[in-house]
Ligand binder design. Structure first.
Ligand code: NDP
Length: 446
């Protein structure tokens, strides 16, 4: 089996040189999906995983814009249209200085499996630009978003490709991009998700990824008769996903001990309660400052410059910042401090070695493609509401989100069942694969 997997990975790697994140994502899927393909005749001789590892289309474009001092800047924009077998391309846009083809292809590849798990009819895509919104004025961000959309608009559409937010793209950026799309096309359609409530957005969309990751963890813990009540939770990040993961954790009666940004993490031994989380939301979403301001306000807390929060003892860890933020050493530390549940809010935050440690120590481990699927699921519900020209209530959307996360847990548990537990990574990969692969086989060689 190892020979077959290695031969496959070698071929993918030859076609995708210098794309380490993309290869990491493909390799992680190949380890569990290739044995499944070998065991199931219908997938033989179809080169199906190779077809899934090749984007249907990649668009790369120049994004020129003028900064506040009148200088002309140039960034690079991308859209990866990875797979449309089960629906139009769907996936976020990332604005971060680290953005490149490898990172967006890994995200687009993961998105295909994730969207399939939601049970909604959405293919997979991802895009973004190597633009850093930090420190930019609203007017600069608007000019950048308008220039970005001036090219992107010809590749997307409500039945073709529907982008959303990701790192560096929140409500403000979606608003600027939606405005420019509407102006260019002269039509008001649900071409983006994560829109404002008064112009086609869905209630609970901002909360959905973070809430969903907590709901998934809740489902995993129930398999061991446990719950969030009274537990200690360590969270990384302080953006959209981290904020609402923290909110739900607090609502469920657990204690949030940490949050972070790229400058370091804060540790509050008394717990980050609702009021303190409100302070973080204001800090991050409105005044757009660094996380260390927290300790000026709450003096019992400490700031750990340049460090990650995984050394703080906890029951549950939720990496909600970025890829590869939790390595093997961090996994060992977490486990030795008693952590037994890891639910990924971010995409691919744990390195392959970290995941091996989780598996060999019987940690309840949820890969992002399953546990953070709540965001895209509610984006799918936003698309449905846009098509119906109707809005569901907060409670209705939250109930649908909870039901979807339960279903994702269920399907991962059934494909990932082991003699003595559940391998959610295997379950997520195979369940996502089966749905997309079956659609691809039915549609012929396209
Ligand atoms: P935001 O931009 O709102 O927040 C990102 C957070 O992560 C910030 O606190 C940021 O700190 C931190 N961060 C980003 N890059 C790094 C880095 N290289 N090192 C350390 N910290 C970093 O993004 P989101 O919350 O939307 O996204 C977070 C993760 O969740 C990403 O992996 C994303 O792909 C994933 N995700 C998001 C979904 C969504 O609906 N938004 C859906 C599914 C997955 P700083 O401000 O200092 O950069």
């Amino acid at each position: 089996m190892e020979k077959i997997i290695n031969a496959f990975l070698q071929e993918v790697s030859q076609r995708n040189t210098n794309e380490p994140e993309f290869m990491q994502a493909v390799s992680e899927v190949a380890q569990t999906v290739i044995p499944y393909i070998v065991a199931n005749d219908i997938y033989h001789g179809k080169n199906i995983l190779m077809r899934m590892a090749e984007p249907e289309r990649v668009v790369m474009f120049r994004v020129p814009w003028i900064d506040h001092s009148g200088e002309i800047r140039v960034n690079r924009g991308y859209r990866i249209e990875m797979n449309s077998a089960i629906g139009p391309y769907k996936g976020g846009l990332r604005f971060h200085e680290s953005v490149n083809l490898s990172i967006l292809k890994f995200l687009a590849f993961e998105q295909v499996f994730k969207n399939a798990l939601t049970t909604l009819p959405m293919g997979g895509g991802k895009g973004g630009a190597d633009f850093n919104p930090k420190g930019k004025s609203d007017a600069e961000v608007m000019r950048f978003c308008q220039s970005f959309m001036t090219e992107l608009f010809r590749h997307i559409g409500p039945n073709r490709d529907i982008p959303a937010g990701d790192i560096g793209v929140g409500g403000r950026e979606i608003g600027y991009m939606f405005g420019q799309y509407k102006r260019l096309k002269n039509e008001f359609t649900g071409v983006l998700t994560g829109k404002g409530i008064s112009w086609g957005g869905s209630l609970i969309r901002p909360e959905a990824t973070g809430y969903g990751a907590v709901y998934f963890a809740q489902n995993m813990m129930e398999t061991r008769g446990a719950s969030f009540t009274g537990k200690n939770v360590v969270i990384s990040g302080s953006g959209n996903v981290a904020q609402y993961a923290a909110e739900k954790v607090i609502q469920l009666g657990a204690k949030v001990l940490t949050m972070s940004d790229s400058s370091g993490f804060i540790h509050d031994p008394d717990g980050i309660d609702e009021e303190k989380l409100g302070f973080i939301m204001q800090l991050k979403n409105m005044s757009r400052q660094r996380i260390d301001k927290y300790v000026e306000q709450y003096t019992n807390a400490s700031f750990h410059k340049g460090e990650k929060p995984w050394g703080i003892s906890c029951d549950i860890a939720m990496p909600c910042a970025t890829q590869n933020e939790l390595d093997a050493a961090d996994a060992k530390t977490l486990i030795s401090n008693g952590c037994y549940c890891v639910s990924e809010g971010a995409n691919m935050p744990s390195t392959p070695d970290a995941i091996l440690h989780f598996h060999s120590n019987n940690v309840l481990y949820a890969p992002g493609k399953a546990s953070n699927a709540g965001g895209v699921a509610v984006s799918g519900l936003e698309m449905a509401q846009n098509s119906l020209r109707y809005s569901w209530t907060r409670e209705e959307v939250d109930q649908r989100l909870q039901a979807i996360m339960k279903d994702i847990h269920q399907v991962c548990a059934s494909y990932g069942k082991l003699k003595d537990g559940i391998n959610y990574e295997k379950g997520a990969n195979i369940a996502g694969f089966v749905k997309v692969a079956d659609a691809m086989l039915a549609q012929g060689v396209v």
